[in-house]
Ligand binder design. Structure first.
Ligand code: ZN
Length: 322
């Protein structure tokens, strides 16, 4: 088995990322195919893509040991069922069974944010730690919690919904989940831009953001972060608001979980050290002392590969456990 490969798959709304990964977590090759938005041919598309790639590389199916795939929705790990997806029209969809049938490989599935957390644990910023909170700051806010090396799924697959810790801002903006003021409405790229726009409307304080808005007609979360790190007053105010609420929410989560690492990923995390140190400053104020001493806040290192690497890890675990 030592020279076999694993297949890691990360199913997104527009593309499916696929990678052949060695048993040691090294990416042999990776590529993307478009996502069938009806959700009907996804497993067939994946199987065909894998066969075509094997042929291209002059390899046969025997080279592959197992497949692990992340799906955008809550998952029942034991049955391999995806309970529901927002965009692909899946409801209690037997993804594991379909994947095994189409690819002929033993398969394991999990939620995509959990897969990214596992990837970071194995090969990324988690650095082998067994107690990790992963938070992904993108268009939305996702999360995965690993305790004692195991992903926490909860009773119906919804654990780790960190983005929906709610009333983070009392009476705050409307969230996709139906509540108001969830962490996602503050700390996502979307939330950052919304708050920056509110601040711009409140006053006519000079700011690089105002200049950019005038020139481009829009501002992005990247602009806000960039100008804040340069010391632009209004942008700093926005990022203080964002990192305060992030630090506060993560501190309370950490008080319940006592993690070793808190890994911040997603597009917003490209802000790097500026974001990390601001979150840490607020985080430390609200943690129970021993929790604060033990927890290290760090930026994710695997980027878009985290999900596929996590998938490969779960596939490997499945092979060694059964
Ligand atoms: Zn919400």
């Amino acid at each position: 088995m030592a020279d076999q490969w694993l297949v890691g798959v990360d199913l997104g709304g527009t593309t499916i990322k696929i990678a052949f990964i060695s048993l040691y977590g090294e990416i042999i090759t990776k590529w993307e195919i478009p996502t069938d938005k009806s959700g009907k041919t996804i497993t067939t598309d994946i199987a065909k893509a894998i066969d075509a790639k094997l042929e291209e590389l002059g390899e046969t199916k025997e080279k592959l040991a197992a497949i692990g795939m992340g799906a955008p929705g809550p998952v029942n790990l034991a049955t391999g069922l995806v309970y529901v997806t927002v965009n692909l029209g899946w409801k209690n969809y037997a993804l594991k069974d379909h994947l095994e049938l189409e690819t002929g490989l033993p398969a394991v599935i999990d939620n995509d944010a959990n897969m990214a957390a596992i990837g970071e644990m194995w090969k990324g910023a988690g650095d082998g730690s067994n107690d990790i909170i992963c938070i992904t700051l993108g268009t939305g806010v996702g999360g995965g919690v690993i305790s004692n090396g195991e992903v926490i799924h909860g009773v119906n697959g919804s654990a780790g919904e960190i983005g929906h810790m709610t009333s983070i801002v009392e009476g705050g903006a409307q969230c996709n989940c139906g509540k108001k003021g969830c962490l996602e409405t503050v700390a996502s790229a979307t939330g950052i831009v919304r708050y920056a726009m509110e601040k711009l409307e409140e006053s006519d304080q000079a700011s690089l953001l105002r200049q950019t808005l005038k020139e481009n007609g829009i501002i992005t979360s990247k602009d806000v972060i960039e100008y804040a790190s340069k010391g632009d007053g209004l942008a700093v105010e926005v990022m203080e608001f964002v990192t305060f609420h992030l630090g506060f929410a993560l501190a309370n989560l950490a008080n319940g979980l006592n993690p070793e690492k808190i890994v911040i990923g997603g597009g917003v995390s490209k802000a790097g050290e500026y974001l990390r140190s601001s979150v840490e400053k607020h985080f430390k104020k609200y943690t129970f002392p021993r929790v604060g001493e033990a927890a290290e806040i760090t930026i994710a290192t695997l980027g878009n590969d985290a999900g596929a690497i996590g998938g490969a890890y779960l596939a490997k675990s499945m092979l060694t456990n059964y």
